[in-house]
Design a protein around this ligand. Structure first.
Ligand code: ADP
Length: 422
């Protein structure tokens, strides 16, 4: 039996399958450019000889339904046995769960309706997530589908952290508050840190830094998220590949008045043309580093700005937590860029955060410590695995439900026995 994890985006579908037994990855892939004549599927699978194999195919794919059929067809051709047989459950990444979902849930009509109602809060993401759920429900009608929300882990934030200082009515009438995202990633690396450090999760204080194309920081107190850098949408907080992060809200009005741009155009600038791209023309940290090394001033500025923003959040979350066991770097940049890790921790010796140059530069890709001997706070690098976290949570929800069913079953049969005896 296996669990399929689906991350259904507006123009792409990412997926991974895990064997229920031991949760090892069996296959994974990405279908890009959905809705175009040259949709490209890259499918990888673990062959019977234990090596990963890859197939790449391009064809017209009109919509998500055709996309999933394409994935199933290619996977069944590649593997002996198709992906859609022996499925224990499907776990869907859903970006926005609002205040309604604090935990993953098995999807029924009410859950699906609620995810649809949350579309105004995540117009770019939730519609594509819903599309993925509906197609999978049609393709695998007897398999349970679970929604795992990016926002759920952050639902433990206290009101002082999640409110904006706006008229309170806007929270009550329009749900304007901070929600936070990347929850599965922060939760996954936090649990890995707990295991690695041998400190129970509910006793652990961490600052987790997910630095990829999207980037966010989270303050975790005793295993619970108490603050995070993304807000109502994934635009707030750290500087990202193409998103600006924190900004004076007056910039929007000023830009509208000064340049005559519409709100949609400004939204587009802040989401797609800003961040690292806005400063130096690319969102690829590898290019930025090598350009900065070669003396490119714009690239050097982008790098400095990125790290300075991370450092400010480390300081803020240190203050929020009071004591910190470890800082965790993850995501494509956090896991791979020694320069970013070093610069983000520069000058923090006063609060006990001191990276070690040799450890930080060592080429390694597992869970590792990179702090100096005299660093009070541990600095960890932990590869994230959101898909595995979604698979784990999907299985847990279904097991809980199965236990409930069997308890109800037991209660009903003991009632029946009781009544039969009467
Ligand atoms: P996404 O948010 O799209 O999942 P990733 O977590 O894969 O993104 O992170 C992508 C970022 O990681 C890119 O900026 C990329 O340049 C950066 N990155 C990947 N490998 C390295 C590396 N070896 N050194 C520096 N940056 C890297």
């Amino acid at each position: 039996m296996r669990v399929i994890v689906i991350n259904s985006g507006s123009s792409s579908i990412k997926y991974e399958t895990f064997d229920l037994n031991g949760l090892s990855s069996a296959s994974k892939g990405i279908l890009e450019r959905v809705g175009t004549p040259d949709s490209r599927l890259k499918h990888r699978w673990l062959s019977s000889s234990g090596t990963w194999k890859e197939i790449v195919e391009t064809r017209p794919v009109a919509d998500h339904r055709e996309g999933f059929s394409f994935i199933f067809e290619v996977s069944s051709r590649a593997q002996s046995g198709s992906m859609e047989t022996e499925v224990f459950a499907v776990g869907h990444r859903v970006v926005h769960g609002g205040e309604k979902f604090r935990e993953p849930v098995i999807i029924d009509d009410t859950v699906l309706r609620t995810i649809e109602e949350l579309i105004p809060l995540a117009p770019l993401h939730n519609p594509a997530n819903v599309r993925g759920i509906k197609v999978m429900q049609d393709l695998l009608p007897r398999v349970r589908q679970v929604a795992v929300f990016d926002t759920a882990f952050h639902q433990t934030m206290p009101p002082m952290a999640f409110h904006y200082a706006l008229p309170y009515d806007l929270y009550q009438s329009a749900g304007v508050r901070r929600y936070g995202f990347h929850g599965s990633s922060h939760q996954y690396v936090a649990k890995e840190a707990s295991r690695y450090l041998g400190i129970p999760f509910d006793k652990l204080n961490l600052i987790t830094l997910h630095l990829g194309n999207g980037a966010s920081a989270t303050a975790i107190e005793k295993g619970k998220s108490v603050d995070t850098s993304m807000g109502l949408t994934p635009l707030e907080g750290l500087i990202m590949g193409t998103r600006c992060g924190d900004l004076d809200p007056a910039v929007h009005f000023y830009l509208a008045r000064k340049t005559g741009r519409s709100f949609e155009e400004i939204e587009d600038i802040l989401n797609r043309e800003s961040g690292l791209t806005g400063i130096c023309g690319t969102n690829d940290m590898r290019d930025i580093q090598s350009r900065a090394n070669g003396g490119d001033a714009q690239a050097a500025l982008a790098l400095e700005m990125f790290c300075y923003r991370v450092k400010k959040y480390i300081g803020a979350y240190y203050a929020a937590l009071g004591s910190v066991d470890a800082i965790v770097f993850t995501g494509g940049i956090g896991e791979n860029s020694a320069i970013v890790r070093n610069k983000s921790c520069e000058g923090l010796a006063g609060i006990g955060i001191i990276p070690d140059v040799r450890r930080n530069n060592a080429a390694d890709n597992g869970v590792r410590e990179i702090q100096a001997e005299n660093s009070r706070v541990k600095i960890l690098v932990i590869p994230t695995d959101e898909e595995r976290e979604i698979a784990k949570q999907t299985i847990e929800v279904i097991e809980i439900e199965n236990r409930k069913d069997s308890t109800i079953g037991d209660t009903m049969s003991s009632h029946k026995e009781h009544n039969d005896r009467k």
